[in-house]
Design a binder for this molecule. Structure first.
Ligand code: EPZ
Length: 445
């Protein structure tokens, strides 16, 4: 049964109040689950978000022969030690770009893997040429027919040096995973710096891998063995993890809620997050005139009702790889910029199809001009009117929720599944801070 969200807008009033907790990071747990393919014992993770993409990844792993159980509200135990297949299910793998993360460990552990070109959000072409080039440099042979890939490394993978012409998050994670099982040393250059890459490397090291340089553009992996589960290890921020590995907070969820706070809250506290992962957004909001309070694991927007949108000023945004402004917050930030005074430019440098949603914001009343596939100009403030919208992907879907909350009147956002892919029970959490939102079943929506 398909579902949609129905939202009664606040017509620009800043009246939301309370606290909203951030869950574990979607883009951290997905590579962590792929990493369990190397372990000869079960692994347990805490702070696991209960979102659709985790369910899809668990389905893929189950089809390969993994077993898993929820040992707590958000604690998950998974045993991939007895895998029986190296063929990714076509339908499931095509539903989620992150399915490609499984190819690295499967190839390294079994010497072969078959998979379809992964699907995922329609935000651009989403090529996988860097993954293929990396596997080839590690000694694998690749054949492709009708977008089905067969990769084999009958003598195992060999460590190599690989330079990413563009930093790729899942490309870095997948080749790091492959390198853990390769013989010898691998050096990944121009690697992604994202916190989710760091989290994966820390987990692998806590299970006996030997990875250094993560969080910098040059990652060195001493590969060559499956490893036994170690008891505990120190993380780079000094914490020690015991057998249960904590998933880092979702910085994109935290950033989405911070933007909601700036748009429609009087007092909003965002808890259980990692503010250090959000410097670029915090600075952009502060530049605009929003007062953002930063705690050790929380963020807050206070007494915001007194701040008129006309006093908030335009900000030019250019998305960049971490620690630059995240492309996953570009759509939510555009909604904010429709409400502030002046002309803001938004330059999406990562994906070529990630600005298409602005057409729907214009239908709601936003004043947005598209320069080209990568750049738009937003003039504000404009009042928005409720509309029926079709969420095109995870992050634009969340942006539509923000726009609907700001708008006057009722909005309907179809394709609730897309939002559920990345945000757990979003309507329940938003209701608690005063948003008038409900989830509705619908035959066709
Ligand atoms: C990851 O996608 C995230 N997904 C995306 O989040 C995020 O938007 C993106 O990184 C950028 O931060 C996960 O981590 C599961 P890339 P990924 O490879 O790895 C080009 C969300 O909503 N490229 O870093 O697929 C590519 O076209 C999702 O949570 C190649 O050219 O993105 C893009 O221009 C959406 N060849 C650039 O690299 C390749 O082989 C960065 O993409 C691979 C990538």
């Amino acid at each position: 049964m398909k579902q949609k969200f129905v939202i009664e807008g606040l017509a620009g009033k800043k009246v939301l109040n309370g606290e909203i907790k951030v869950n574990g990071a979607k883009n951290a747990i997905l590579p962590l689950l792929a990493a369990t393919i190397f372990l000869d014992k079960p692994a347990e993770f805490s702070n696991v978000p209960k979102i659709e993409d985790v369910a899809r990844m668990l389905e893929l792993l189950k089809m390969l022969g993994s077993e898993f159980e929820w040992t707590g509200e958000r604690t998950l135990k998974i045993d991939a030690s007895k895998l029986s297949s190296q063929v990714l299910d076509n339908d499931n793998a095509k539903r989620m770009r992150a399915s490609i993360l499984l190819t690295g460990p499967l190839l390294a552990r079994f010497g072969k893997v078959s998979f379809p070109h992964p699907g995922g959000c329609v935000i651009g072409e989403r090529p996988i040429d860097l993954f293929i080039e990396g596997f080839k440099k590690m000694g694998a042979s690749v054949s492709e027919k009708n977008e089905l890939f067969e990769i084999s490394a009958v003598n195992g993978l060999i460590g190599t040096e690989f330079f990413f012409p563009v930093p790729s998050v899942t490309g870095t994670e997948t080749l790091m995973l492959a390198a853990v099982g390769a013989k010898g040393k691998t050096i990944l250059k121009n690697a992604a710096l994202e916190p989710e890459v760091v989290c994966l490397a820390e987990f692998l090291n806590s299970r006996g891998a030997r990875i250094s340089g993560f969080g910098t553009p040059e990652i060195i992996i001493e590969g060559g063995r499956l490893f036994k589960e170690s008891t505990s290890s120190r993380l780079i921020d000094g914490r020690t993890v015991d057998k249960v590995f904590p998933v880092i907070p979702d910085r994109i969820e935290a950033g989405s809620f911070l933007i909601l706070g700036a748009l429609a809250a009087d007092n909003l506290k965002i808890t259980d997050c990692q503010p250090a992962h959000l410097d670029s957004l915090i600075e952009a909001l502060r530049f605009s005139g929003v007062t953002v309070e930063v705690g050790s694991n929380w963020l807050a927007i206070k007494n915001n009702e007194k701040v008129a949108n006309e006093t908030l000023r335009a900000v030019n945004i250019k998305t960049r790889e971490y620690p630059g402004f995240p492309t996953d917050l570009q759509a939510p930030m555009t909604v904010f910029l429709t409400q502030v005074f002046g002309e803001s430019s938004i330059h999406e440098t990562i994906f070529e199809g990630r600005l298409n949603y602005v057409v729907d914001l214009e239908k709601m009343g936003a004043n947005i001009k598209m320069w080209d596939a990568h750049r738009v100009l937003v003039k504000g403030p404009t009042s928005l009117k409720g509309k029926e919208l079709d969420g095109p992907d995870i992050r634009a879907g969340l942006a539509y929720i923000l726009a609907a909350i700001v708008a006057e009147g009722e909005s309907t956002i179809n394709n609730a599944y897309f939002i559920d892919r990345g945000y757990e029970r979003i309507e329940e959490r938003l209701k608690k801070i005063g948003v008038k939102i409900k989830r509705v079943d619908c035959e066709v929506c």
